[in-house]
Design a protein around this ligand. Structure first.
Ligand SMILES: C[S@@+](CC[C@H](N)C(=O)[O-])C[C@H]1O[C@@H](n2cnc3c(N)ncnc32)[C@H](O)[C@@H]1O
Length: 202
């Protein structure tokens, strides 16, 4: 196993959710009907950034996480497992307790404490934006796409983290989804330096 390097840069989330909120603002996604969903909330630092934006526009954020820091054993390019990074960051704290503390006071966050493979939204639930950063195994990435995509409105966006970021099977799975759904995708936007790819639904 390689040396665990705790991610630098954003201190309160891995992704830098300001970028995601900026994207929603730039594209005026709040002019569409629906809520926001994320799969993989971790400590909730990104969740509350989504929730602040959502609150301004009277929307909810659905946050899906199994709060089990041991469940994702995917190895990064240097052989470090995701679960070891999460445990190092938590330093013995309970992930769910940290998340609950971070998100306290946000009554527009709906937390779904479940394995994403068990999550499906009712047909009438609409989303304007979704973000996938849960388990990094390709079968989860594919599952998570199908949790959100059917409920994403036309003009809405679905993003993935870790695209082209040392997890070739994950990148391949996303490329496969893009190819398979090309007729339903109006635009693909990659934010290369943040390893984010966003699909805008036609
Ligand atoms: C990389 S972290 C998310 C980081 C977060 N997006 C951020 O930027 O702060 C991945 C999260 O996915 C969660 N996770 C892993 N496997 C999952 C599964 N099968 N279902 C739901 N959540 C899962 C982990 O508990 C962890 O909190």
């Amino acid at each position: 196993m390689g040396k665990i390097v705790v991610p630098k840069a954003p201190t309160d989330d891995f992704v830098g959710y300001e970028i995601l909120v900026g994207f929603m603002k730039e594209r005026a996604l709040h002019s569409l009907e629906g809520d926001i969903v994320e799969i993989g909330a971790f400590m909730g630092g990104g969740t509350i950034k989504l929730a602040r934006f959502a609150r301004k526009h009277g929307r909810r954020v659905y946050a899906v996480d199994n709060f089990d820091p041991s469940s994702d054993r995917t190895e990064d390019a240097s052989g470090v497992r995701m679960c070891d990074i999460y445990r190092a960051l938590l330093g013995g704290r309970s992930l769910e307790e940290v998340y609950r503390e971070t998100t306290r006071g946000f009554d527009n966050i709906i937390t779904i404490n479940q394995d994403s493979q068990k999550v499906r939204f009712p047909e009438e639930q609409r989303f304007i934006f979704g973000f996938i950063d849960g388990n990094h195994q390709p079968e989860y990435v594919v599952n998570d796409f199908y949790v959100i995509w059917p409920n994403l409105v036309s003009g809405g966006a679905l993003g993935f983290h870790d695209y082209n970021h040392g997890l070739p099977q994950l990148t391949e799975a996303i490329d496969g989804l893009i190819a398979e759904h090309k007729d339903e995708i109006g635009e693909v936007s990659e934010i290369g330096d943040r390893h984010i790819i966003l699909l805008i639904k036609r």
